[in-house]
Each structure stands twice: as C-alpha cells, then as structure tokens.
Design a protein around this ligand. Structure first.
Ligand SMILES: Nc1ncnc2c1ncn2[C@@H]1O[C@H](COP(=O)(O)OP(=O)(O)OP(=O)(O)O)[C@@H](O)[C@H]1O
Ligand SMILES: [Mg+2]
Length: 258
C-alpha cells in the first residue's frame, strides 16, 4: 500500500521583519505518517524556525503547510489552537514551570482541553490525574510526581517534558534539540523514549538534532538545512564525508559527531 503524505510543506518561507533575516527560503518536503525525520544543520540554519512554523508558533511569511489534509496556514486562530492540541512540542531547555511540581507540569499538557477558569483554579479531572501518573510512570518518574521541577536533573526534566507532551495524546511530535543540554549517556536514554513513542504509538516525530551520530542512529530520514534552504534529504547512511562537508562546511571535522 502506498504511504500517503501526512505533512506536506510547500515553498515555506520565513523572513523575520527585524533585521530582514531570511530564516527559511522556499522549503518544500513531505512526511509520511509514522516517520522519524531528523533535521540537522549549523546553528542559525533555520531548524527551530521550521519546527515552530509547522504549528504556527511562528507565523510563516509565505508557503503552505498541510497536515492530514488540513491547510494550517489558512486556519483561524481558534481552529489553529484546536489543531495544536494534537501536536506535542518538546524544547531544548525543557520549558518547565520550575517552582511547580512535576505532576502540575505534566498536567499543563492537558490545558488545551480544559476551560481557562478550570485550569486557573488548578482543576483537573480524575482522568487527567490518572493519565498524568501513567505518563510519568512511562518515563520512569512516578515517584517524583510531587517534587518541584527544578529539583530534577536535566535528563529528568526532559522526561517531564515528554510526559507533558504525551498528555496531548499527540499524532505529531515537534522536538527541538531535545538533548543539546544533556550528556551523551542521558541523551541516548532520552532519544530512546522518542524512538519508543514513534514505534509503539505510531506518533510521527520531527526532531532537530545537533549531532550527526544521533541523527544517523534514530532518524528514518534526514533533512539538512543550510542558510534556510534544504541541502540534503535522504537516508542516514547516504551522508558520507562529502555530504557532511556540504552541510556543515569545509572546515568542519567530525567533531560534530560524538
Ligand atoms: N525572532 C527572531 N528575530 C529575528 N531573527 C531571528 C529570530 N529568530 C531567529 N532568527 C534568525 O533566523 C535564522 C534561523 O534561526 P533559527 O533559530 O531557526 O536557527 P537554528 O537552526 O534553530 O539555530 P540553533 O542551532 O542555534 O538553534 C538565524 O539567522 C537567526 O538569527
Ligand atoms: Mg534552534
């Protein structure tokens, strides 16, 4: 059976008004359901901009984004909020509320479903609590539920970020440099959660990664950006030394790989 495209991006362009920076230039690619797409490229190449344009946290300047047949770029703000509920996001610096407990942080993943006054009053349903504890158990942090988020290690905080994203029961995960702030061993353990979520739950994953070694190991496909343009799209094992230098520049050695 032919796999139909799940996410289709056409001629996506982002120009930041301030400084007139062209962060993305006519970027086109598509993703099938269940793929694990890794986006690589030097600092400033447009990885974060691309990921954030997809759920319109950043408003694209031009181009179209179609997700599951819905043209996101045309949606009203309120419809976009609804669609965003099905899209989980994971951040490099975890973006937790540091003074809140782990459990509260995870529950906020549910906010899209809860009315504003309820969430402000800290009202979550029994089902929400149950789901939050389940997700914490999944990332091995059930016993930390009532600990303040800032008392956790970086790796543990990122696991909270994953549990929070899972609260949305997402179909798509947008992950921006999830392990850049972590040591190599912790990085692998975090990447394994994404691999599991991708394989077991069938969640489509788009992640930017700094290290080619991780990109090779986890990506089913790799997309490389350079100055806002796609310079490579293909399978991990197609990136040889020549490609590597095209992507990262002539002077770069395999220092990028660890
Ligand atoms: N809010 C902004 N206003 C103006 N320019 C911006 C803004 N955000 C990013 N840029 C510029 O857009 C380009 C792409 O930035 P982006 O953050 O998407 O790159 P990146 O690949 O994620 O980099 P890094 O690896 O450092 O996270 C850069 O030139 C950056 O300076
Ligand atoms: Mg970035």
């Amino acid at each position: 059976m032919e796999q139909s495209a799940y996410l289709v991006i056409d001629d996506l362009t982002k120009v930041y008004e301030r400084g007139q920076v062209v962060a993305l230039k006519d970027v086109s690619f598509s993703v099938t359901k269940g793929e694990f797409l890794v986006i690589i490229g030097l600092s400033g190449s447009g990885k974060s901009t691309l990921l954030r344009c997809i759920n319109r946290l950043i408003e694209p300047t031009a181009g179209t984004i179609r997700l599951d047949g819905v043209e996101l770029t045309k949606l009203s703000a309120s419809r976009m909020r609804e669609v965003r509920r099905g899209i989980g996001m994971i951040f490099q610096h975890f973006n937790l509320v540091s003074r809140s407990t782990v459990l509260t942080n995870v529950l906020t993943g549910r906010l899209g479903y809860t009315s504003t006054w309820r969430s402000m009053a800290g009202w979550f349903s029994k089902e929400d609590y149950h789901l939050a504890m389940q997700n914490l158990e999944r990332v091995g942090l059930k016993e930390k539920a009532y600990v303040r988020a800032d008392e956790l290690s970086g790796g543990q905080q990122q696991r909270v970020g994953i549990a929070r994203a899972l609260m949305q029961q997402p179909n798509l995960l947008l992950v921006d440099e999830p392990v850049s702030a972590l040591d190599p061993a912790t990085s692998s353990s975090i990447m394994q959660y994404f691999e599991e979520i991708n394989r077991q739950d069938g969640v489509t994953v788009l992640t930017s990664l700094h290290f080619l070694s991780l990109a090779r190991r986890y990506g089913s496909r790799i997309l490389a950006l350079k100055d806002g343009e796609i310079v490579f799209e293909g399978r991990p094992n197609e990136i040889d030394n020549v490609r590597f230098k095209e992507i990262y520049g002539e002077e770069s050695e395999e220092v990028e790989v660890r």
